[in-house]
Design a protein around this ligand. Structure first.
Ligand SMILES: Cc1cc2nc3c(=O)[nH]c(=O)nc-3n(C[C@H](O)[C@H](O)[C@H](O)COP(=O)(O)O)c2cc1C
Length: 274
């Protein structure tokens, strides 16, 4: 299965922020079985993340405010990426920035780093985290251009949107024209923690929403590669996204319940046409 110039062994990826640093999945022999591992979103400077409680269960998913906790680019490059590179894990590094300049820096430095298979641009953080505002499609496109600018040719860029069908086709078109090789649909849906902090809603509750986004974008832009994510827990869930027009899927919240979920779904889909 090809993504830009990269070949993935299968169409099942982990979703950003749900597979730890990769080591946690490797402990369950669940890292090598996926088509690609996506890191949590990495920012230029370290972020301590939100105060607890960070995660609350709902009847059909999780509400969470992680606050983009991450070690920052320098530590990611020295402590996390080399381990993934040594294992030859197909690694997409998710990036988030406060300015276009930060996105450009992240792209430039990651693009030169051994072990980076591709970049996932997070254009969809549901919380109030001071990230560059990409709600207007042209602003989302500027971010993709900034990341793309100094990357080695052929290194895939995928861009992840919020699962909001309202302007999804317009945004997907803009970022594809700006150089995204694929669009991830989508992130957690904007929600609120019980204590009133902005948060994201993930898990089975958002699956129909994400499916609708995949369906709508595929109907208008049938040649644009789409990666479906949102509440996928079983191989049948994944098949529903593939049937709606996605060529690959990402597994997030389900990994928190069972770290082998993505590997299991990949094994079940093996051999089926995508
Ligand atoms: C605990 C947790 C942390 C997450 N961290 C990130 C992140 O750092 N960057 C990002 O783009 N998405 C992040 N997400 C969103 C997931 O990658 C995924 O897009 C979303 O949860 C929908 O898929 P799911 O229902 O399978 O979890 C996070 C989700 C959860 C539950």
């Amino acid at each position: 299965m090809n993504l830009g110039s990269v070949t993935l062994a299968n169409p099942v990826m982990t979703a950003s922020g749900c597979g730890g640093t990769g080591r946690e999945l490797a402990d369950f022999d669940a890292l090598d079985a996926v088509g690609a591992f996506v890191t949590r979103s990495i920012t230029l400077d370290p972020r301590p993340g939100s105060l607890p409680p960070r995660v609350v269960e709902t009847p059909s998913g999780l509400v969470h405010t992680i606050g983009l906790q991450n070690p920052g680019l320098d530590q990611f490059l020295t402590r996390e990426l080399p381990w993934l590179a040594a294992r030859r894990t197909r690694t997409f590094v998710s990036v988030a920035g406060s300015t276009l300049g930060e996105y450009a820096d992240l792209g430039r430095r990651l693009g030169r780093s051994p072990g980076v298979t591709g970049i996932e641009v997070n254009l969809s953080e549901p919380g109030d985290l001071g990230l560059f505002d990409t709600r207007e499609p042209f602003q989302a496109a500027r971010v993709v251009q900034a990341v793309r600018r100094d990357l080695p040719p052929g290194l895939p860029v995928i861009a992840k949107l919020a699962p909001d069908p309202t302007r999804i086709v317009e945004t997907a078109r803009a970022i594809a024209e700006a150089g995204a090789d694929a669009v991830v649909l989508g992130n957690a849906a904007p929600a609120l923690m019980p204590d009133g902090r902005p948060a994201g809603l993930s898990g089975p509750a958002i699956r129909p929403l994400a499916l609708r986004c995949v369906h709508d974008v595929h109907a208008e832009l049938p040649d644009l590669p789409l990666i479906g994510t949102g509440g996928i827990t079983t191989a049948d869930d994944a098949r529903a996204f593939l049937a709606a027009g996605a060529f690959a899927v990402q597994i997030g919240t389900a990994l928190l319940h069972d770290p082998t979920t993505a590997a299991r779904i990949a094994a079940e889909l093996q051999g089926e046409p995508t």
